[in-house]
Design a protein around this ligand. Structure first.
Ligand code: XLS
Ligand code: CA
Ligand code: CA
Length: 444
């Protein structure tokens, strides 16, 4: 049976193609700076949005028209696996990601949930034998079930802490079984609503202990996937512990975890934290902590996590700029943690949305590489900071000065001269590159 019979294969047809089921810019085999687009971009389909979610929101019932809607329980789970691998092949994506409960229904007990999961994981493993699509990461959903009402590893209830540990233990086993390249920790309910009932220190200490136990268990079973923390400032909790990269990094440093983790950075979470996507990527990159990306976008008019497919070319370009400067994503990838809008309920929309996201990142990749090749931003930035390459600035950088010497320097200064930051000019240069990837505009 075919679940997506609109198309046999979505292929690259070039910028002028009128075929909506084709890539206009994503050409997996095309080389950019010595690597194919497929190797650079490492696209991944998110199982939860594409196969599990039904379009329900706080005001309305599920409305997605899906060929598996008539099924239930394990039959539904199995149909979704079939559909998933058909989509992966048709889109030609190299990776996918899932939460435990996306792929298999929860049973009445933990043991039954694990059995359900084992059965589906065996089926997925079978499909993976003949598919090129690999597991980018899996994770445990520790936010939907009522038992996680007060958190998982930061719950006030030690039984919940134990249950969460059991789920992550299983998740690591599944990751190993399927050859997952990463394992993600997103602290869905790891945060709090009010300090009036919260022991903040104990919760944070317990979270640190939890991560150390996860590291130990991964070592014990020989799971060598990269561990990723995914920051998000709020939603569902008011105060989420992994607010953004900076606070996540401080947490990892305090609990001696930096050698074991990198960040999975989601665009929409960055904007919820009041940052740009590229800010979060840069902050992780300069600290050597950029691991993977949840590629989506938010809506500036809405204050919540809308998880839209990424189509904003400024954002994809500036994101790819950071990723290229990082030397790529290593084991990470660009996971479309994105869902079609509730109004886009036909099965075709699943294809259109992925095509839109993949083409947007392919454009971003090409434009970012041109910006790097031409040194446009690099030259401008080096010039802007050139005062630190000589004289007193160099002494600061080399650690060869102190407040006495700096005061002496300041005392003999006349009027200080600053230069323009020229951001409007830089934005117009970015526009030129976006409109014409062949533009060459030198730094001024
Ligand atoms: C929710 C998060 C979640 C993580 C994985 O906002 O984005 O989907 O990526 O648990
Ligand atoms: Ca995410
Ligand atoms: Ca999200």
């Amino acid at each position: 049976m075919s679940y997506f019979n609109q198309v046999n294969k979505v292929s690259f047809e070039g910028a002028d193609s009128k075929n909506p089921f084709s890539y206009k810019h994503y050409n997996p085999k095309e080389t950019v700076a010595g690597k194919t687009m497929e190797e650079h971009l490492r696209f991944s389909v998110a199982y939860w949005h594409t196969f599990t979610a039904d379009g329900a929101d706080p005001f309305g019932a599920g409305n997605m028209q899906r060929p598996w809607n008539h099924l239930q329980g394990m039959d539904l789970a199995k149909a979704r696996v079939e559909a998933a691998f058909e989509l992966f092949e048709k889109l030609d994506v190299p990776f996918f990601c899932f939460h435990d409960v996306d792929v298999a229904p929860e049973g009445d007990t933990l043991a039954e949930s694990n059995r359900n999961l084992d059965e589906i994981v065996a089926m997925i493993k079978d499909y993976m034998k003949t598919s090129k699509t690999k597991l980018l990461w899996n994770t445990a959903n520790m936010f939907t079930h009522p038992r996680f009402v007060h958190g998982a590893a930061t719950s006030n209830n030690a039984d919940v802490f134990a249950y969460a540990a059991a789920k992550v233990k299983k998740g690591l086993e599944v990751g190993k079984e399927l050859g997952g390249e990463n394992y993600v920790f997103w602290g869905g309910r790891e945060g709090y609503e009010t300090l009036l009932n919260t022991d903040l220190k104990l919760e944070l200490d317990n979270l640190g202990r939890f991560y150390h136990m996860a590291i130990d268990y991964a070592k014990e079973i020989g799971f060598d996937g990269q561990f990723l923390i995914e920051p998000k400032p709020k939603e569902p909790t008011k105060h989420q512990y992994d607010f953004d990269v900076a606070s996540g990094l401080a947490f990892l440093q305090k609990y001696d975890l930096t050698d074991h983790f990198k960040f999975n950075i989601e665009a929409n979470h960055a904007t919820l934290a009041g940052h740009t996507f590229e800010h979060e990527l840069r902050y992780a990159r300069v600290n050597d902590m950029l691991g993977s990306v949840d590629a989506n976008q938010g809506d500036t008019l809405l204050g919540w996590d809308t998880d839209e497919f990424p189509t904003d070319l400024y954002s994809t370009t500036l994101a790819m700029y950071e990723i290229l400067k990082n030397g790529g994503l290593g084991k990470g990838g660009l996971n479309f943690d994105a869902k079609v809008r509730r109004g886009s309920f036909e099965a075709d929309d699943i294809l259109y949305s992925h095509v839109a996201g993949m083409d947007s990142f392919a454009i971003g990749l090409k434009v970012a590489q041109r910006l790097i090749d031409d040194g446009v931003l690099d030259d401008f930035v080096s010039e802007r900071y050139s005062s630190f390459t000589e004289g007193i600035g160099k002494q600061v950088v080399d650690g060869e000065t102190d407040f006495h010497a700096l005061e002496q320097h300041a005392l003999q200064l006349g009027e200080i001269e600053n230069r323009s930051g020229r951001q409007e000019w830089l934005k117009s240069v970015l526009n030129q590159y976006l409109l014409n990837v062949n533009a060459t505009v030198g730094a001024k």
